[in-house]
Ligand binder design. Structure first.
Ligand SMILES: *Cc1c(COP(=O)(O)O)cnc(C)c1O
Length: 478
């Protein structure tokens, strides 16, 4: 009964993966085309499962983005390691509910194992608690929920019991380059934009600690500081050691958003970048970015496990009995109740890589980014804007008589249309820049060569198409 549809899925999967490096990374496709193929009224009669799988695989194909492949450099998007992907299939097959020990002793124990491994790899306190959530967004939410609980509890305000309405007003201090999901997380937590103080960043996007110091001096009431390990544009790290000292001297909670950057802690050569990170009170990390496990996978870590549990544990319907032996109930460490057993793919990823493999994965991506930046610096009209300390490259393109932002957007469009690789725009210091994020285990030096060549062609093409716009001034017009 199961074999034929799984075989159809296996065939479609292996076919896809064999060609993922050769297909255009993103093809222009109209949503209406996809709708035509996939939509229409739901039929009364059900269809054969294998046929459904074959039709699905064939009809979505034009709308798939080859972000699992080696030349997708948009946002910060990792691929899927073979072991992680295979474990993810089994996760679906086993269909465990990871909410309780009772509903899956296996999922619960594997969660405890990966929690220990992750804390060790990332150099974080072994006694911290770990929650597996959907991504960086919910990892930020979880850490900040624990922060909200604890900073109010220190003022004898039990937020779980009494709510926020009459609570002491929390101030949240963030860097100017804080990720948007910090603001979203705060909104979920009933903390409004008016309660946020933004601290100036330097030219690389790092929070300035002197500015933090004066901001903190002006804060009254409970304070949460959000620092960043790995800016999405530059890859830069806030000065975490200095920030931790200032935050703790003020009695503030320090949360570190290290969605991709905290993985640098697992690399022997990049570890220095995260110095001081272990002094924080909570951390947000993504598994689906640099660890290259399939979506979705975020990791929330909190030093004070009691605060973590108070903020997020299940309110315990009578039938949701906790495990008798104090075993782990996954629902106590994140915002969800029933959920996928996310620990299995993490487990497979970590075992298949080993410590050295995680370190190599980080180093390799960083080396590719540095290599590409080096080549771009030799390209006429290209300016690399950031210090390439990690896996992010930020570059702007110039041509005579055209705005650099507009020209850069043209270059990006040409690269995207050609389909050799995919990278996107960002706004940096007031104008458009191209951002390149190298986060995939499969990417090779050859891929970076193809990528550089594609960018160079796009610059040529953009320069050619920009030229007719540069009309000579008409005679007689001054
Ligand atoms: C990607 C990212 C996030 C959000 O993570 P999601 O997995 O998309 O929810 C938060 N912070 C930083 C620094 C990121 O790079």
């Amino acid at each position: 009964m199961h074999k034929a549809p799984l075989q159809a899925a296996f065939d479609a999967a292996t076919q896809y993966l064999e060609h993922v490096a050769d297909r255009p990374v993103a093809r222009p496709v109209a949503a209406s085309t996809l709708r035509e193929r996939l939509g229409g009224p739901l039929a009364d009669a059900g269809e054969d499962p294998s046929e459904v799988i074959r039709a699905l695989a064939s009809h979505v194909d034009a709308g798939l983005v080859a972000s699992a492949g080696p030349r997708y450099f948009g946002f910060v998007i990792g691929g899927s390691l073979p072991a992680a992907l295979a474990a993810d299939w089994l996760t679906a097959v086993w269909d465990q509910n990871a909410a309780l020990y009772l509903t899956s002793p296996a999922a619960s124990v594997v969660e405890t194992v990966v929690a220990e491994w992750l804390l060790d790899l990332l150099g974080l306190p072994a006694s911290a608690s770990v929650g597996l959530v959907t991504g960086g967004q919910m990892a930020n939410f979880s850490g900040l929920a624990a922060a909200r609980d604890e900073v109010l509890r220190r003022l004898d305000w039990d937020v779980e019991e009494r709510g926020l309405a009459a609570a002491p007003r929390i101030t949240v201090v963030v860097g100017a380059e804080a990720h948007a999901t910090i603001y979203t997380a705060l909104r979920f937590l009933g903390i409004g934009r008016e309660q946020v103080r933004v601290v100036e960043a330097d030219e690389q996007g790092r929070m300035r600690s002197a500015a933090l110091q004066s901001t903190l001096a002006a804060c009254t009431g409970p304070v949460i500081v959000c620092a960043q390990a790995g800016c999405v544009n530059t890859g830069a790290f806030d000065p975490l050691g200095e920030i931790a000292q200032l935050a703790h001297a003020r009695g503030a909670w320090l949360h570190v958003d290290g969605a991709f950057g905290l993985w640098a802690a697992a690399s022997t050569s990049k570890r220095a970048l995260v110095a001081g990170a272990a002094e924080a009170d909570s951390w947000a990390i993504d598994g689906h970015k640099w660890l290259n496990v399939p979506y979705d996978c975020g990791i929330s870590i909190v030093r004070d496990s009691a605060a973590h549990a108070r903020a997020l544990r299940n309110a315990r319907a009578a039938y949701l009995v906790g495990a008798a032996g104090g075993e782990r109930d996954g629902q106590d460490w994140g915002p969800e109740s029933s959920r996928r057993a996310r620990a299995f793919p993490i487990y497979a990823a970590l075992r298949s890589l080993g410590r050295r493999g995680v370190s190599d994965l980080v180093d390799r991506c960083c080396a590719h980014a540095a290599d590409l930046a080096g080549r771009l610096r030799t390209l006429e009209g290209a300016t690399v804007l950031n210090e390439v300390v990690l896996n992010q490259v930020l570059v702007r393109f110039h041509a005579p008589d055209i705005d650099a932002g507009e020209f850069t957007r043209m270059v990006i469009r040409h690269v995207q249309e050609e389909g050799t690789c995919w990278l996107g725009p960002t706004s940096w210091h007031g104008t458009t820049a191209m951002r390149i994020s190298v986060s995939n285990w499969q990417t090779t030096a050859h891929d970076m060569g193809l990528t550089f060549a594609s960018i160079a062609r796009a610059v040529e093409r953009a320069a050619t198409s920009a030229r007719p716009a540069r009309l000579p001034p008409s005679p007689g017009v001054r």
